[in-house]
Design a protein around this ligand. Structure first.
Ligand SMILES: [Mn+2]
Length: 426
């Protein structure tokens, strides 16, 4: 669904004066503390967040699923939905495909359709964590790490095929989240499984074009509960370093044990030029996959602080591929994604207005109280006027969440697609 530009203009004009006043107040504050709001907005424009093709329908748990109506029935409709998110927010200019859930029937046509919505294809995602109906060998006991070379070969071939799809769509990277692991002590030889995984990754890497990157995602538990082959950033970093120059670690916020200092992991990886990808979500207990920023907004702010500082001092780190990796079990997926985009934009803007010079000075003097005051000052600044201004300037709407509700978009989607549609994905 494309929104008519007149609807956007009408919506934005409604409280134009109030917005101008709010922006003026913030601009004066920022300018007086040495910030250039236009420069900050330019940097925000570079922060495009990929929406995964599997996040547009209702999610579920292993206990059940409560679908909502109007879900996208095919890849075309998924692209339409991401296009809508991007048109409203101006922050979701990429789509991340999952194979085999979203195999493009005709890559040229799909590429052209995405271009119509001003979308490009971000990292491709393979799947060796479940068996497909037509699959010869089972991944029950692993894929890239399997003891049987023929299962490993099948998994490697699948990854190569995903790269080939990505090549024809203009993607430049591949994410491997390896679910391999074990449920029982003694079930696998841990070091041998890691070695086999490294060998499989090397084969996948060798298949990538020279301008592609490989992202290696880690997770401490689930779906296996005793061990996972790539449990933490250290193992991911080790594999990335051994696999090659264009292999990087990918940090998923939910893939850590409770209270892990994720911002420190981000800082360490960037300092070594090895942070390639980042997945947004939030959690209270484990990999809850709920709306980013809804539980720990301060953590998100601290992560962006490390990203901004790190990329300034480690220019050898590549541009980070950002993606929202959440599951929408109760909320309307599109609304939830718009909320996530808001949270990401606000955390980024707050981190952008940190007085880094003063912070560095306070750190060098070991003035803890001053350091923390500098962070609090940025974090508590209401930067919403700046995010609204960004969207309006780029042709989006100042408040995508309100626009979505007021224009009854879900109801329109249900009318167009039906009430009992099902989207492929988790
Ligand atoms: Mn992820």
């Amino acid at each position: 669904m494309k929104i008519h530009p007149d609807d956007i203009t009408t919506f934005n004009q409604a409280d134009e004066n109030q917005r101008a006043e709010d922006l003026d107040f913030l601009t004066r504050r920022l300018t007086s503390s040495g910030h250039d709001p236009d420069k900050i907005l330019d940097r925000l424009s570079d922060l495009q967040i990929a929406i995964p093709s599997w996040a547009l329908g209702s999610g579920g748990t292993r206990f059940g699923r409560f679908p909502i109506g109007g879900q996208p029935r095919n890849l075309d409709e998924k692209i339409e939905d991401v296009g809508l998110l991007h048109q409203l927010s101006q922050m979701a200019g990429n789509i991340s495909l999952h194979i085999p859930w979203d195999i493009p029937d005709d890559t040229e046509r799909i590429k052209a359709l995405a271009a119509e919505y001003h979308l490009t294809f971000d990292a491709m995602n393979s799947n060796t964590f479940q068996d497909q109906p037509d699959q010869k060998l089972s991944y029950k006991f692993g894929s890239l790490s399997h003891t049987d070379p023929s299962v490993r070969k099948q998994a490697v071939e699948h990854n190569k095929q995903v790269i080939d799809y990505g090549k024809s769509l203009g993607s430049k990277s591949m994410t491997v989240w390896l679910a391999d692991g074990s449920n029982h002590p003694g079930q696998t030889n841990l070091s041998a499984a890691l070695k086999r995984t490294g060998d499989s990754l090397a084969e996948i890497y060798a298949h990538m074009p020279a301008d592609w990157s490989l992202f290696i995602e880690y997770k401490p538990f689930e779906p296996y509960f005793y061990s996972t082959v790539i449990p933490d950033w250290g193992t991911s970093y080790l594999l990335a370093s051994e696999t090659g120059e264009r292999a990087y670690s990918l940090v998923d916020l939910g893939h850590h044990l409770p209270n892990t200092n994720i911002e420190q992991i981000v800082a360490t990886l960037i300092s070594r030029g090895k942070l390639g990808g980042f997945h947004f979500n939030d959690s209270k207990y484990a990999d809850d996959d709920i709306t980013v920023g809804s539980i720990k907004p301060y953590q998100l702010f601290l992560i962006f602080m490390e990203i901004i500082q790190g990329t300034a001092t480690s220019p050898h780190n590549p541009d980070i591929a950002y993606m929202i990796d959440a599951s929408h079990n109760l909320k309307d997926p599109l609304l939830d994604l718009l909320e996530s985009l808001d949270a990401i934009g606000l955390a980024f803007l707050k981190a952008s207005i940190i007085d880094f010079e003063a912070l560095s000075d306070a750190q060098n003097r070991n003035d803890i109280s001053r350091s923390s005051a500098i962070l609090q000052d940025a974090f508590h600044t209401d930067v919403r006027p700046l995010l609204r201004e960004y969207r309006v300037r780029k042709g989006g709407v100042h408040d995508p969440i309100r626009f979505y509700a007021e224009h009854n978009i879900r109801e329109q989607l249900i009318r167009n697609r039906g009430k009992n549609t099902l989207a492929t994905g988790l």
